[in-house]
Design a binder for this molecule. Structure first.
Ligand code: ATP
Length: 720
C-alpha cells in the first residue's frame, strides 16, 4: 500500500494547471505564444479527469451495461480485505430455500472469476482488470449467499478460494501499482515539462511586465497626448461652438430670408394666379385673334393676289418715280441756283438802292397838340404845324419845308428847304407802308448780311412808335414786323433745305453805359464789355435768348419796355435820352448744298437828337452830360457811316474808321462795315415849334444819305 502513488500529485498538477489557467486569464494570450495550446491542454486534462469514472456503476442485469469494459477504480485500491470477509450471513446458511431452478448469478465484483482471473493474468495486458467496488462487493456477496440455494462448500475450499481470490486481487493490485507507477512517472515528466513551461512563462511574464511598464509609460505618453488632443479638441470644440453660433446666426438670417422669400413666394404665387387668370383670358382672346388672323390671312391672300397683279404696274411706277426723282433733283439744283441768283440780284438791287438808305417819316399832329388852352376851341392842324410839302407824288422821295418871316423892311420873306431821301412818308402813312421797304432788308439779313435800322429824330418825333409801335396789328412797329418776317421767311427756306438758329438780345446805352434790358432785377448794375472777333460781336454778361417764335419776341419786347419804363421813372425821362438796340442773330445751314450763312439784324431806337439849348439842360449838369453823350454818339454814328460805307470809305479797308468814338458805333462795328446794309428812318415832328430841330435832323440825315454811292439819281439839295 505504501508503494501506491499518491493521488494528490494529480491534484498538484491540477493546481498547477489551474494556476496556469488563472495566469492565462490575467495575461493576454497574445503575450504568451503557445499559451493557447497550454490552456487547451489543461482543459483536456480536466476533461480526462471528468471522463474518468469516479465510481463504478451499480451492477445491473442489463446486458448493455455488463458489456461495458470495466475500469480500475481508485476506491478499489483502498479496498480493505477485512471488509470482504464473509459476514455472518455468509457463514450461516440461508434459512430460505429455493424451490425453483437456480439462477445464474453474475458477480458484481472487481475481481474476475477464477477462469477469467487466470485468463486475465495470461491474457493481454491491455485489458484492465475490473476494480472491485466495496459497496458493490458487499452487496453482491450478500446477494450471492442470500439467493444461492446450493449447499455451502466447506471452509477449506472456501478459504482456498478466498486466498486464490486474494492472490488474484494482490496480483491485480500489483498490476495496478505498476500501472500507477508508470502513470506517476509520466505525470512527473509532465510536471517537469510544466515546471519548464512555468519557468518560460515566468520569464515571459517578467518580459510581459516590463513590456507592461513600457506600455504603461507609453500609455502615460498616450495619456499626455490624449490630454493635448483633448485640449486641442476642447479648443476645436470651442471654435466649432463659435462656428455653430455663427452658423446659428446665419441660419436665423437664412430663416429670415426664407421667411421673406416665403412672403415673396406667396406674393409671386398670388401674382402667378393673377397671371394665370390673365393668361386664360389672353388665351381666349388669342383664340379670337387667331380667328381674326385667319380672316385677315384670307384677306391678305386676296390682297397679295391683287398686289401680284399690280406689281408690274408698280415696276413701271418705280421707273417713273426714279425718273421723277431725277427731275426733282435737277429742279432742286435749278432752284438752288435760282436762289443764289435771287440773292445776288436782291443784293444787287439793295446795292443799287444804296447800302445806306434814309427814309423820312413825318408823324401826324397829335390830338393833344391841337387842344388849346382850357376853355378855347381845338385849333386847326394848320395853325400848329409847319409848312411841309411832298412834291414828288410819284416816288415819294422829296420833302419841302417852308417858313415865312417878316423882314426888317416889313416885307414877307419865304424860306424853303427841300430834301430828297430814298423814301418820304407823309403823316398819313401807316406802319405797313413803312415796313414794305424795310422788309427787303430783313430778307438781306436772312441771306447772310448784317443789317442796321436806325430811328433818328428829336424827342417826341415818333421814333419809338416807328420801331416798336402799338399793340394792335395795324400799329405794331418795325421790330415785331421784321422779326415776324424773318420767322416766315426761314420757314419757307426750311422747305428748300435751310435750317436756321436764331437768338436775340436787347441793350440800352445810356451815358455811354450798357444796360441789359432782358436782364434780371429792376435795373441792371453789371458792367458789360463789348468783345469782337473776326465776324461777330458779343457783350459780356448779357442775356442772349434763343428765339423760337415771333410771339416770344413780342413778350421780350414788352419786358424790355417795362424795364425801360422803370429806369425812366428812376432816372428822369431816361428813355428818350438813351439808345436802345435790339439785335437778332441768325445762322443758317443748307444740309443739301452744305452752304451756311450768318446775318445780324440790329433795330436801333436812337436817343432824342435835340440840341442842347432846346433840351433845357443848360443849368442841369446831368442833363448836360446826357446831351453831350447823345450828341457825341450821334456825331460818331454819322462819321462811322460816312467813313465805312460812304464814298470815302467804300473799298478802302485800310482807312481808319472811328468805331471806338462811342459805345454805339463800337457795338455796331460789324454791322456798319463792308457789305452791311443800313437804313436810317428820320422821324420828324410836324409842329412848327419843332421846325428848327426838324431842319437840323434833315441836314444830318442828308449828310448820311449823301454818302450813298448807289444812288446816282439822287439829287441832293442842301439848303443854303
Ligand atoms: N406815325 C404816327 N402816327 C400816330 N401817332 C404817332 C406817330 N408817330 C408818333 N406818334 C405818337 O407821338 C408820340 C410821341 O412819339 P414817340 O414816343 O414814338 O416819340 P419818340 O421820338 O420815340 O420820343 P422819345 O425820344 O421821347 O422816345 C406818341 O404818343 C406816339 O404815339
Amino acid at each position: 500500500m505504501s508503494r501506491l502513488p499518491r493521488l494528490h500529485t494529480d491534484r498538484e498538477n491540477e493546481s498547477v494547471g489551474s494556476t496556469i489557467f488563472s495566469f492565462t486569464t490575467s495575461v493576454p494570450s497574445s503575450s504568451f505564444p503557445g499559451m493557447t495550446g497550454m490552456k487547451r491542454k489543461a482543459i483536456n486534462q480536466g476533461d480526462d479527469e471528468q471522463d474518468r469514472p469516479r465510481k463504478l456503476p451499480a451492477i445491473q442485469e442489463s446486458t448493455a451495461i455488463s458489456q461495458l469494459p470495466l475500469r480500475p477504480s481508485k476506491t478499489a485500491t483502498n479496498l480493505n480485505l477485512q471488509s470482504i470477509k464473509p459476514t455472518s450471513t455468509i457463514s450461516k446458511p440461508p434459512t430460505t430455500t429455493t424451490t425453483g431452478p437456480q439462477r445464474i448469478i453474475t458477480r458484481a465484483t472487481s475481481a474476475p472469476p477464477k477462469s477469467s482471473a487466470v485468463s486475465s493474468r495470461l491474457g493481454t495486458s491491455t485489458t484492465r482488470p475490473p476494480i472491485p467496488s466495496r459497496n458493490v462487493t458487499v452487496r453482491s456477496v450478500s446477494s450471492t449467499y442470500s439467493r444461492t440455494k446450493a449447499p455451502p462448500p466447506d471452509d477449506e475450499d472456501r478459504l482456498q478460494e478466498l486466498q486464490n481470490q486474494v492472490a488474484l486481487i494482490e496480483s491485480a493490485r500489483a498490476a495496478d501499482a505498476a500501472r500507477l507507477a508508470a502513470d506517476m512517472e509520466s505525470e512527473r515528466v509532465k510536471l517537469s515539462e510544466l515546471q519548464a513551461n512555468h519557468f518560460v512563462f515566468s520569464r515571459e511574464l517578467a518580459a510581459a511586465r516590463s513590456q507592461e511598464v513600457s506600455q504603461k509609460r507609453e500609455l502615460m505618453n498616450f495619456q499626455d497626448e490624449v490630454d493635448l488632443i483633448k485640449k486641442k479638441h476642447a479648443r476645436e470644440i470651442a471654435d466649432l461652438e463659435a462656428d455653430i453660433r455663427k452658423r446659428d446666426r446665419k441660419v436665423q438670417e437664412l430663416e429670415e430670408d426664407l421667411r421673406l422669400s416665403a412672403q415673396d413666394l406667396s406674393r409671386e404665387r398670388t401674382n402667378s394666379s393673377i397671371l394665370k387668370a390673365t393668361i386664360s383670358e389672353q388665351s381666349t382672346t388669342h383664340v379670337a385673334m387667331k380667328a381674326q388672323i385667319n380672316a385677315l390671312q384670307a384677306q391678305l391672300n386676296a390682297v397679295q393676289a391683287s398686289s401680284d397683279s399690280n406689281s408690274s404696274t408698280a415696276a413701271e411706277c418705280r421707273l417713273k418715280l426714279e425718273d421723277a426723282e431725277r427731275k426733282v433733283q435737277r429742279l432742286e439744283e435749278d432752284l438752288h441756283d435760282a436762289e443764289m441768283s435771287r440773292r445776288r440780284l436782291h443784293n444787287m438791287v439793295q446795292e443799287l438802292k444804296g447800302n445806306i438808305r434814309v427814309f423820312c417819316r413825318v408823324r401826324p399832329a397829335l390830338p393833344s397838340e391841337l387842344t388849346g388852352e382850357p376853355g378855347e376851341l381845338p385849333r386847326d392842324a394848320s395853325e400848329v404845324t409847319a409848312m411841309i410839302e411832298y412834291p414828288d407824288r410819284l416816288d415819294h422821295k422829296e420833302i419841302v419845308l417852308s417858313s415865312t418871316s417878316e423882314s426888317a423892311t416889313g416885307q414877307e420873306r419865304k424860306e424853303t428847304w427841300q430834301f430828297t431821301f430814298d423814301r418820304v412818308f407823309e403823316p398819313q402813312s401807316t406802319q405797313s407802308d413803312v415796313f414794305e421797304d424795310i422788309s427787303q432788308l430783313a430778307q438781306s439779313c436772312i441771306d447772310g448780311y448784317n443789317v442796321c435800322i436806325f430811328a433818328y429824330g428829336q424827342t417826341g418825333s415818333g421814333k419809338s412808335f416807328t420801331m416798336e409801335g402799338g399793340l394792335s396789328e395795324s400799329t405794331k412797329g418795325m421790330i415785331p414786323r421784321a422779326v415776324e418776317q424773318v420767322f416766315q421767311v426761314t420757314e419757307v427756306m426750311r422747305k428748300k433745305g435751310w435750317e436756321y438758329k436764331m437768338e436775340g438780345q436787347f441793350l440800352e446805352i445810356y451815358n455811354e453805359t450798357i444796360n441789359d434790358l432782358l436782364g434780371t432785377g429792376e435795373l441792371d448794375r453789371k458792367k458789360h464789355e463789348i468783345k469782337h472777333d473776326k465776324v461777330s460781336t458779343r457783350v459780356t454778361d448779357v442775356n442772349v435768348v434763343p428765339l423760337h417764335s415771333a410771339t416770344q419776341v413780342q413778350s421780350l419786347l414788352s419786358l424790355a419796355k417795362s424795364r425801360r419804363t422803370v429806369a425812366a421813372t428812376l432816372m428822369n425821362e431816361r428813355s428818350s435820352r438813351s439808345h436802345s438796340v435790339f439785335t437778332l442773330r441768325l445762322s443758317g445751314r443748307n444740309s443739301a448744298s452744305g452752304n451756311t450763312c450768318e446775318g445780324t439784324l440790329n433795330l436801333v431806337d436812337l436817343a432824342g437828337s435835340e440840341r442842347l439849348e432846346k433840351s433845357g439842360a443848360g443849368n442841369d449838369k446831368d442833363r448836360l452830360k446826357e446831351t453831350q453823350n447823345i450828341n457825341k454818339s450821334l456825331s460818331a454814328l454819322g462819321d462811322v457811316i460816312i467813313a465805312a460805307l460812304g464814298e470815302k470809305g467804300e473799298g478802302k479797308s485800310d482807312k481808319h474808321i472811328p468805331y471806338r468814338n462811342s459805345k454805339l458805333t463800337y457795338l455796331l462795328q460789324h454791322s456798319l462795315s463792308g457789305n452791311s446794309k443800313t437804313l436810317m428812318v428820320l422821324n420828324l415832328s410836324p409842329l412848327s415849334v419843332h421846325m428848327n430841330e426838324s431842319l437840323c435832323s434833315l441836314r444830318f440825315a442828308t449828310k448820311v444819305n449823301n454818302t450813298n454811292i448807289g444812288t446816282a439819281k439822287k439829287i441832293t439839295k442842301a439848303p443854303s
